[in-house]
Design a protein around this ligand. Structure first.
Ligand code: SF4
Ligand code: SF4
Length: 311
């Protein structure tokens, strides 16, 4: 890789269970096989499992704090101003009573703390999740995890991206390439990660549901004005491959490649041994291995083109 700033590839999927983490891990591994310094970021914070596919352990656990207002009743005049201005209605105020916080609705905006005329609200914080950083077989992994029962997953994704921004600012050459793995869907956690990408790889499967969700995520990608190329996973499912690929091409959807159903993929998944890691010994003529090899050839063409454009 020639650039000072790492190229960022984001693997995503409109629906869950399409194999996006499988693709993200194997793409990261293939880039590592070629001697690149690769950082894989698991941004699926409600279900982070990349480390399991890599047979790694989570290390360097760091808390993700989140603002919460703390009320000092002895100072409160019961005026209700805080509740009136709390947009997500996280404060309940009944006349002549102290406000009642419902912190699971709190967005952490701090407005109540800033506008209270009596200084009866002071900043406090709670832990809403954790980030981890670890090295697994030459691959760097950042991973975010939302605490069970907490709802603010975007704040955990933001904490991961903030760590990434710090690294790029302080040591832009630390990594050649970043691979982001998002949650399924097209919500704000996903958008935060897509927005960082130079190339987005939506992973889908050859079903009507898969196509509908793919179209939704492509609409979001196009709104963000990002480049994308699709992977069709389990493409041999029900013999629908050729028709599905034809439909995508007719809709002008750009395709990076397709992956058939394959025993070695299942074995690699169950054993936590990435199919494409050069340290593993899978059949190089197997359908999954050949498919990932072809996907990587196409991906490298895109990377070469991107580097040429960046000079
Ligand atoms: S704005 Fe301050 S003083 Fe008024 S009800 Fe809220 S906490 Fe009490
Ligand atoms: S921090 Fe914002 S969202 Fe939370 S209680 Fe205060 S005003 Fe409401």
């Amino acid at each position: 890789m020639k650039n000072n700033k790492p190229i960022t590839i984001c693997v995503t999927g409109g629906k869950g269970g399409t194999g996006k983490t499988l693709c993200a891990v194997n793409i990261a591994v293939m880039l590592k096989n070629e001697g690149n310094k690769v950082l894989l970021i698991d941004g699926d914070v409600e279900n982070p499992n990349t480390y399991l596919l890599l047979s790694g352990e989570l290390e360097n656990k760091t808390e993700v704090p989140f603002f919460k207002p703390k009320f000092l009743e002895e100072k409160c005049s019961k005026c209700g101003l805080c509740a009136e201005n709390c947009a997500p209605h996280a404060l309940l105020h009944i006349k002549d009573s102290y406000p009642i916080p419902m912190l699971n609705l709190c967005s952490g905006c701090q407005l109540c703390y800033k506008i209270c005329p009596e200084d009866a609200i002071i900043p406090d914080s709670k832990t809403i999740g954790w980030t981890y950083s670890t090295e697994i077989n030459g691959l760097s992994l950042f991973l975010g995890e939302l605490k069970p029962s907490e709802a603010r997953s975007a704040a955990v994704v933001e904490a991961l991206l903030s760590e990434l921004d710090n690294i790029i600012e302080n040591d832009p050459k630390k990594y050649d390439i970043i691979v982001l793995d998002t949650a399924p869907g097209a919500h704000c956690d996903v958008e935060l990660l897509l927005d960082k990408a130079d190339l987005i790889i939506p992973v889908t499967e050859p079903t009507r549901f898969g196509k509908l969700d793919l179209i939704r995520i492509i609409e979001l990608i196009e709104l963000l004005k990002k480049d994308y190329k699709v992977i069709v996973n389990r493409s041999s499912l029900l013999g629908y491959r050729d028709q599905f690929l034809k439909e995508l091409k007719e809709s002008n959807i750009k395709i990076l490649g397709d992956i058939p159903l394959d025993n070695d993929i299942v074995i690699s998944y169950c054993q936590g041994k990435p199919l494409m890691d050069k340290n593993n010994d899978f059949n190089k003529n197997g359908g999954g291995f050949v498919a990932f090899t072809n996907i990587f050839i196409n991906l490298k063409k895109w990377i070469d083109m991107k580097e040429t454009m960046q000079g």
